[in-house]
Design a protein around this ligand. Structure first.
Ligand code: SF4
Length: 280
């Protein structure tokens, strides 16, 4: 077994939170620049210029890309031959979030209960999805998920008879209903199949794929292209000001499902795509 110290994980989680708050990933920046080059609406083009400038200033001055510094979401793959020494993985990640949000002066956005609304004051607990994989490494993928775009998530238990067209209509309808709320241009994560909860998880997980990369499954790739085209035909545009760039990409992950089911979930990511990864 390979030992990975508790503190190593704390430091990694802290660094991911702090760095991603001000450092927009290169794939997102490229996608915004490409959308700017294509944008035909003057208002949309102006917004895209402002978003690109915002990303540059945030990186140069180490300031948050957005005031909503999000809920800390982690997808962790833990090798079966890796062991955390000195504590649990969950405690280490939460400690890293606590320190990262404090030391980088990020807004604490988590309340302890949905009804009493008392702020936990350290942005914990993080949302942690843990999967065991072969090997002796621990891969930690982080996303700071803003409330505005997360609130626009939708899930439907379609029937098999709804088929491909039903899926497209549901996803495009969810984006249409969201309008300017998720701060477009957006990336649309779609989870298809599995069960109620698996579809939602896949929708979020799909947002980690490199923006602009093709889906390795050709049928899903074609589905993504069609959904993207129909979303951008809506004309919502950057920040809802009208234009061609409503979505930069659609990412679909699918999973086997029950003969009677066709679950579909939509998880929308805003232009402030705070995401980073480390492998220990
Ligand atoms: S949706 Fe994204 S860009 Fe809009 S306020 Fe929330 S975090 Fe910021």
């Amino acid at each position: 077994m390979r030992k990975i110290e508790f503190q190593t994980i704390v430091d990694a989680a802290k660094e991911l939170c702090a760095r991603s708050a001000s450092d927009l990933p290169a794939d997102m920046e490229r996608a915004l620049a490409a959308a700017r080059a294509r944008e035909i609406s003057p208002a949309g083009a102006e917004i895209l210029d402002a978003l690109l400038e915002n990303a540059r200033v945030a990186r140069d001055e180490k300031r948050p890309i957005c005031q909503d510094t999000g809920v800390a979401v982690f997808f962790i793959e833990k090798g079966a031959e890796a062991v955390v020494a000195g504590g649990t993985l969950t405690d280490a990640v939460n400690e890293g979030v606590r320190r990262g949000y404090e030391e980088a002066f990020l807004r604490k956005s988590i309340v302890r209960g949905p009804l009493d609304r008392v702020n936990t004051k350290d942005n914990t607990p993080a949302v942690i999805h843990l999967e065991e994989v072969p090997g002796d490494r621990i891969s930690i993928r982080f996303m700071a998920k803003g409330g505005g775009c997360e609130n626009m998530s939708r899930l439907a238990m379609l029937t098999p008879a709804d088929g491909r067209e039903g899926v497209i209509r549901f996803v495009v309808g969810a984006v249409d209903a969201a309008g300017a709320n998720p701060c477009p241009p957006i990336v649309v994560g779609v989870g298809m199949g599995g069960t109620f909860e698996v579809a939602a998880l896949l929708a979020k997980k799909s947002l980690f794929r490199e923006i602009g990369s093709p889906n390795p499954d050709s049928a899903l790739d074609s589905l993504e292209r069609e959904i993207l085209e129909r979303i951008n035909d809506l004309g919502i545009g950057p920040q809802g000001m009208g234009g061609a760039a409503t979505a930069l990409a659609v990412h679909v992950l699918s999973h086997p499902c029950h003969i009677a089911s066709l679950p579909v979930a939509v998880n929308i990511e805003c232009h402030a795509h705070r995401s980073a990864e480390v492998v220990l």
